[in-house]
Design a protein around this ligand. Structure first.
Ligand code: PLP
Length: 407
C-alpha cells in the first residue's frame, strides 16, 4: 500500500508556497513578551466613536439582524456614492457601481480574483501592504515588484511602470497614502502614471484605505483623473478613518462590469457584509466627521514627534504625508531589518515591523506605527534611542528628507 501523504502535503501547493504574514509573526512574538510596547500593528489606538457604536446597538434593538442584499444596504451605498462625489468629484451609481464588502481585505481579494487569469502580471510598487502579492498569487497571477526608494519619496515614476509592462500585464495596484511608508503621491505624478496606464490599456486597483488620514492636504484618487474612472476599482473602508478595524466593513466602487463580477464571487463566498457593521458604517459617514478629524489631529502631532526623534537619533526618516506609520532607515546600525526588530524586541521590549516584510525594497527600514498613546510612544522612542546608541551608527547621515509630496 502506498504511503499516505502527510496532512500538510495535501494542502493546495499554491497555498503552501505563501508565507504567513510577517506582521502577524511579530505581533504574536510581541504578545508573548511581557511589558512590551507595540508599535507593530496598524490599527488606531482609539475605540470606535460612541455615536457609531450606539447606532449599532439601536439597530439591534430594532431587530436588524438579517442578511442584506448581496451588494449591501442601498442607503449605505447611496451615502458612499455621495461621499465619493463630494471628495473626488466622481459619480458612482449606487445601484450597480458600489459593492459593500467585509473590509478592504475582501474587496481586494474579490477585485483580484474577478480580474486576474492564471499567468497575468500585476505591477505592485514596493514597499507595499503585505496582502497584495499573496492575493495575486492565490488567484494564479504573478506579482511584479516595482522597487521605490526613500530618495524618490517611495512613489513610482511613470517610467518605472512603463519599463515593467509586458504583454501579460493586466493590472497596477496603487495605494497612497502608503502602508508602510506613509508616502502620498502627487496629482502630477498620478497623471503621468495614468497616461502610461491608458496607453497600455491596463486596469488599476486604488486602495484608498488611508485617504482620510493625510496631514498636508493633497490627496488625489486615480479614479478622479481623466479617463481613469472606468479603469479603476476604488477600494475603501472604515477600519482606519473611524477606528473600526474589528467591524470588518468596506466597499468597492467601479464600473458595473467589474463590480458585477466581484459581486458574483461575493454572493457565493461572503453573501453579504454584516448588517450591524453596515448600519454602523452609515452612521460613520453621516456623523463621524468630527471624531475622525480629532483623531487625525492627534496622529499628526505624534507623526511629528516620531520623525523628529528618529532624525535626532541619526536615523534618516522620510516624512510621511499620510497613514500612521514612520519608516526610519536603520542601515547605519549595521543590522538587517529582521535583526533590528528582533533585538529591539528582546533587549528593549519594543515591537516594530521589519521593513523587508513589505518587499525586498523595505530591507534596511523598520515600520513603526504611531497609532499608540503619546506616553507609550515617548517611552518606546527613548528605548529605541538607547538601542541605537548601543549599537552605534556607522556613518551619521546628514540627509534630511524634506519631501512630503513628491512631484
Ligand atoms: N489596505 C491597506 C493598505 C492596509 O494597510 C490594510 C490594513 O492594514 C488593509 C488594506 C485592510 O483593511 P481592512 O481592515 O478594511 O480589511
Amino acid at each position: 500500500m502506498n504511503k499516505r501523504k502527510a496532512w500538510g502535503e495535501r494542502v493546495n501547493p499554491v497555498v503552501q508556497s505563501i508565507p504567513p504574514s510577517g506582521i502577524r509573526r511579530f505581533f504574536d512574538l510581541a504578545t508573548e513578551t511581557k511589558e512590551v510596547i507595540s508599535l507593530g500593528v496598524g490599527e488606531p489606538d482609539f475605540v470606535t466613536p460612541w455615536h457609531i457604536r450606539e447606532a449599532c446597538f439601536y439597530s439591534l434593538e430594532k431587530g436588524y439582524t438579517m442578511y442584506t442584499s448581496n451588494q449591501g444596504l442601498l442607503s449605505l451605498r447611496q451615502a458612499i456614492a455621495q461621499e465619493l462625489y463630494n471628495k473626488f468629484g466622481v459619480s458612482y451609481n449606487p445601484k450597480d457601481e458600489i459593492l459593500i464588502t467585509a473590509g478592504v481585505s475582501e474587496g481586494l481579494d474579490l477585485a483580484i480574483r474577478a480580474l486576474i487569469s492564471p499567468g497575468d502580471e500585476v505591477i505592485v510598487p514596493e514597499p507595499a501592504y503585505v496582502s497584495y502579492a499573496p492575493c495575486i498569487t492565490l488567484a494564479g497571477g504573478r506579482p511584479v515588484a516595482l522597487f521605490t526608494t526613500m530618495e524618490q519619496g517611495f512613489c513610482p515614476t511613470a517610467d518605472q511602470i512603463a519599463r515593467l509592462i509586458t504583454s501579460r500585464t493586466k493590472l497596477l495596484i496603487l495605494s497612497y497614502p502608503n502602508n508602510p511608508t506613509g508616502a502620498v503621491i502627487s496629482k502630477k505624478r498620478l497623471q503621468e502614471i495614468a497616461e502610461v496606464v491608458c496607453d497600455a490599456d491596463l486596469l488599476v486597483i486604488s486602495d484608498e484605505i488611508y485617504s482620510k488620514l493625510t496631514y498636508q492636504g493633497e490627496h488625489t484618487c486615480t479614479a478622479a483623473l481623466k479617463g481613469m474612472k472606468e479603469r479603476t476599482i476604488l477600494l475603501n473602508g472604515f477600519s482606519k478613518a473611524y477606528a473600526m478595524t474589528g467591524w470588518r466593513i468596506g466597499y468597492a466602487a467601479g464600473n458595473p462590469d467589474f463590480i458585477g463580477a466581484m459581486n458574483k464571487i461575493h454572493q457565493y463566498t461572503m453573501l453579504c457584509a454584516p448588517i450591524t457593521a453596515q448600519t454602523a458604517a452609515l452612521e460613520a459617514l453621516k456623523n463621524g466627521h468630527q471624531s475622525m478629524h480629532n483623531m487625525v489631529k492627534q496622529f499628526n502631532q505624534r507623526r511629528q514627534l516620531m520623525v523628529n526623534t528618529f532624525r535626532e537619533m541619526g536615523l534618516p526618516c522620510f516624512e510621511p504625508g499620510g497613514a500612521f506609520y514612520a519608516f526610519p532607515e536603520i542601515k547605519g546600525t549595521g543590522l538587517s531589518s529582521e535583526e533590528f526588530a528582533l533585538k529591539l524586541l528582546t533587549e528593549e521590549k519594543v515591537a516594530v515591523v521589519p521593513g523587508n516584510v513589505f518587499g525586498a525594497s523595505g530591507e534596511g527600514y523598520v515600520r513603526c506605527s504611531y497609532a499608540a498613546s503619546r506616553k507609550d510612544l515617548s517611552t518606546a522612542l527613548q528605548r529605541i534611542a538607547g538601542f541605537v546608541k548601543r549599537y552605534g551608527l556607522r556613518a551619521k547621515t546628514k540627509v534630511i528628507y524634506k519631501s512630503l509630496v513628491i512631484g
